[in-house]
Ligand binder design. Sequence first.
Ligand code: 5GP
Length: 183
Amino acid sequence: MAAGHPDIERVLVTQEQLAERITAMGAAISADYRGRDLLIIGVLKGAAWFVADLTRALDIDFTVDFMAVSSYGNAHKSSGVVRILKDLDTPIEGRHVLIAEDILDTGLTLKYLARNFRTRGAASVEIAACVVKEDAQEEPMSIPYVGFVIPNEFVVGYGLDYSEHYRGLPYIGLLKPAIYEGN
Ligand code: 5GP
């Protein structure tokens, strides 16, 4: 749905900012991975939108795979214990893996996945995160490709959902408090 959704309190990252930043991230990734066997792994469902735009900003050869995981915990907080719902379709041994994630909150999901991919023999494992919440990471890790740093609040849009809704918003924003009330 286009701008001006009635449930959105405030837009934090606009469609134009996303487009510009992701183009720049694509250029940086292209420069770093040129000539290497790059596998981009998106974490479903939220990262699908980011992966679609990021890969179109690359001018190098690559392949894409997706994983689906669910983190035990409630809707607003992950626990770090991750269950694999859909595994990769392809072996990753010897390949350069770039995990594309929509949002990094505690970082526990990505930490688990990075460890998992290293165990499977990936040549390297790095992370590209569209948005990172400031001060949220419990054990900060270095993330070479970050789109935006945002306040530590629950956001929706550009793949991010609230109860499976709002993923199609072309921007990232805060929901009106009334939407949470009653839940
Ligand atoms: P982490 O393991 O980094 O704490 O959590 C990562 C996952 O939690 C994300 O992939 C996303 O599914 C969910 N998540 C964390 N923060 C938000 C948020 O602000 N909005 C939405 N919609 N999901 C979030």
